[in-house]
Design a protein around this ligand. Structure first.
Ligand code: C2E
Ligand code: CA
Ligand code: CA
Ligand code: CA
Length: 278
């Protein structure tokens, strides 16, 4: 027992060491992403559940790394947040997405809602509101067509300050959406305090539709409740016809998911838009 205890300790140590080395390496590589132009945005359409028309798109970040290949956000966003790199990366995302929006508009489609994920680390920057204003001014995107997706983590730290910034953005006309609703600490009390226009239901609720019974009923109740609070409801991760039918029946407003389209590179998004009447 003594020996195995020691062995476990050593293995644990080695694993810890490897993990630290790996993380340091990734951090160094993450630092170069901007100057090396290794970041890419994919765009996923959002359609009106009722009319089927395209209303907007969400920008989703990818890291095209020579060392790791195409890396999805769950693998690097938290490291970018820890190191503060997310600020620069997030600014890049905001600019890039707004430029794309402008380009689509110039190409003849009406303004589409441009949804951008905002890390709480970005929001906590002193000049965040100014940054948004300047990107809107530079790209010419009307504030009403920018949607910032925030998560409940804004409620955890510097709550009052975050709310003030979100209110300032709303004053400008920018739309705020609460992402991943229901996945964390959501409390309805907090929901009332947030200056949000829309609620993005966590994919888990969309998946619950297949389960039926009480689980599906909860999804329906969330939509109803959000509407009573004057919020739009976006369902994400919609993958099949049963989910789509149920969400339509329950008057969900916006649909996003593989059933409509996977997140697409800019050129492919433009083609998709042409084929779907955008
Ligand atoms: P999210 O904001 O909840 O984004 C939705 C995720 O679901 C995306 O994963 C999207 O590709 C995926 N998805 C869309 N439709 C479906 C579907 O029908 N089925 C399934 N199974 N998945 C679907 P992705 O692109 O890997 O992004 C993961 C998370 O990373 C995002 O979750 C968001 O929290 C974060 N993220 C992405 N881009 C950014 C960014 O630019 N900045 C920040 N701060 N976070 C980002
Ligand atoms: Ca999102
Ligand atoms: Ca989400
Ligand atoms: Ca998420």
């Amino acid at each position: 027992a003594k020996n195995s205890g020691k062995r476990t300790y050593m293995m644990f140590n080695k694993t810890m060491h490897e993990a630290v080395v790996e993380k340091t390496l990734m951090e160094a590589r993450l630092r170069r992403t901007l100057e090396q132009q290794e970041l890419r945005l994919l765009y996923q359409p959002q359609i009106n559940a009722n009319s089927g028309r395209v209303e907007g798109f969400e920008a989703l970040l990818r890291w095209e790394s020579p060392d790791y290949g195409l890396v999805a956000p769950p693998k690097f966003i938290s490291l970018a947040e820890e190191t503060g790199l997310i600020v620069e990366m997030g600014n890049w995302v905001l600019e890039q997405a707004c430029r794309f929006s402008r380009q689509l508009h110039a190409g003849g489609s009406g303004w589409l809602y441009t949804a951008v994920n905002i890390s709480v680390v970005q929001l906590m920057q002193e000049d965040f509101v100014e940054k948004v204003i300047s990107v809107l001014a530079e790209t010419g995107v009307p504030p009403q067509y920018l949607e910032l997706e925030i998560t409940e983590s804004v409620l955890m730290e510097r709550f009052e300050e975050n709310i003030r910034k979100l209110e300032a953005l709303r004053e400008l006309g920018v739309r705020i959406a609460l992402d991943d609703f229901g996945s964390g600490y959501s409390s309805l009390t907090y929901l009332k305090k947030l200056p949000i226009a829309a609620l993005k239901m966590d994919k888990a609720f969309v998946d619950d539709i297949a389960v039926g019974g009480v689980d599906a009923a909860i999804t329906g109740s969330i939509i109803e409740l959000a509407h009573q609070m004057g919020l739009q409801v976006v369902a994400e991760g919609v993958e099949n016809g049963d989910q789509l039918r149920y969400l339509r029946e329950k008057k969900c407003d916006i649909i996003q998911g593989y059933i409509i389209s996977r997140p697409l590179p800019p050129e492919a998004f433009i083609v998709w838009l042409q084929q779907h009447g955008g």
